[in-house]
Design a binder for this molecule. Structure first.
Ligand code: GDP
Ligand code: MN
Length: 397
């Protein structure tokens, strides 16, 4: 689950990470009020208006703008709110901006030039350790840095049992070329950031840029936070931050009814019980020359109601040219699933315009096949994997 920048920053701040302060606004009037309030607490009269969407690269797309007075701020906020913001990370049509973060300007002039760094915290699955990736080349496209100058990206592995050691935080500050107060601030920043990563059960933090201000403060100017969904039950307050308007509507609906559904780009819908069989089924579809339109695990209790719900979800995708149902009847009996398919088909009536290939194996598979074949519906049954693949191929051609 992804957080918006303003939510991520609030969460980081609650763990003691220094952030660029800001207030979220839904209208230009709210934006002006937010700016006035910020001026009272921070003393700065310049502000940045930052579009809040679940995608990066907002600056490049015109979603981050500096306002030097309240008139400018109102005009900018008005223009950004409601716009379809297109960035390198959004879908081609962009994403609608419903909220803006009004933030204090932190690039003010002073004793030294502000410097932008890159920092992320994530899990290294290969070593089973957390890692902090960081670079002096912040503020820009880190993929480009990794491509052109990989030696400028550092990596610090942290043993989850030991936690981040003070010497590691110092090493990071040193490698970033810091000294004096900025060095101390960076060690504090890194320690708090790691604490927040573990404490929020996050799977990714990406802070780009981490800023050294002209007066040697170290703060998070941006925050991309991804939380581990499996840890959310421990963080009701974070779970409440979910923004459903940013998520795929079919996936949202599937989650509400307890189905494990992931939307994909292909043309063959699949309904499978068990994640392993679902993966194998997607391979099967590929081999047959198709592309899976989704991953859908209906789970162990594939009764008529669940099968019908699953059908409805798959049919919401206009690209679906055929549906492959591949169910292994271990706990659930195949004849019950078959009856569920037939009932669901009849209930959905005209909604189903595409051929359906059903492979049921396991308990009572023979009775299930009789039920499907005798139903008189446009449902093809298959016994073997290859047979199912062949029928999928015929269906999509
Ligand atoms: P992203 O483009 O989606 O990654 O959004 P960021 O939050 O990283 O902001 C993009 C850029 O806006 C930053 O790299 C900065 O150059 C600029 N920016 C952010 N905050 C301020 C600020 O307070 N003052 C000024 N002048 N520029 C800022
Ligand atoms: Mn950024």
């Amino acid at each position: 689950m992804n957080l918006h920048e303003y939510q991520g920053k609030e969460m980081l701040s609650s763990f003691g990470v220094a952030i660029q302060r800001g207030i979220v606004a839904k209208t230009a009037t709210e934006a002006v009020a937010a700016a006035k309030q910020l001026t009272e607490t921070t003393g700065t009269s310049w502000h940045v208006v930052k579009a809040q969407i679940h995608a990066g690269g907002r600056g490049k797309g015109g979603g981050v703008k500096l306002a030097k007075n309240l008139q400018e701020l109102e005009t900018i906020a008005d223009a950004i709110l409601g716009m379809q913001l297109i960035t390198p990370q959004t879908p081609p049509e962009g994403k609608k901006v419903n909220q803006v973060l009004i933030a204090e300007d932190v690039y003010y002039p002073g004793a030294s030039e502000p410097s932008e760094y890159y920092m992320s915290v994530l899990l290294n699955r290969a070593t089973g350790k957390n890692m902090i990736m960081y670079s002096t080349e912040g503020g820009m496209d880190i993929e480009a840095v990794a491509e052109a100058t990989p030696h400028l990206i550092f990596n610090e592995e942290v043993d989850p049992a030991m936690g981040l050691m003070p010497f590691q935080a110092r090493k990071i500050a040193f490698n970033l070329g810091l000294s004096g107060n900025a060095f101390k601030e960076m060690t504090k920043f890194v320690s708090a950031l790691y604490k927040a990563y573990v404490g929020s059960d996050a799977s990714l933090f990406e802070i780009n840029p981490v800023l050294k201000t002209s007066d040697d403060k170290i703060i998070a100017v941006d925050a991309k936070v991804t939380l581990d969904e499996n840890g959310l039950f421990r963080h009701k307050e974070l779970e409440a931050l979910r923004d459903l308007s940013e998520e795929n509507p079919v996936e949202v609906e599937a989650r509400e009814v307890g189905l494990n559904y992931v939307d994909l780009d292909g043309n063959v819908g699949c309904m499978v019980n068990g994640a392993g069989l679902a993966m194998a089924t997607m391979d099967l579809i590929k081999q047959a020359g198709g592309d899976p339109a989704n991953f859908l695990d209906v789970g162990g209790t594939a009764d008529a109601a669940r099968v019908e719900t699953a059908f409805r979800l798959i049919l919401k995708d206009p690209n679906v040219k055929a549906i492959l149902i591949n169910i292994f009847g271990g706990i659930v009996r195949c004849d019950r699933v078959a009856q569920g398919i037939v009932d669901a088909y009849k209930n959905l009536g005209d909604a189903i315009q595409v051929p359906i290939i059903v492979r049921l194996q396991g308990t009572n598979a023979d009775i299930a096949k009789e039920l499907i074949d005798g139903s008189g519906l446009n449902v093809l049954s298959a016994t073997a994997f290859q047979e199912a693949a062949d029928k999928v191929q015929q269906a999509i051609n």
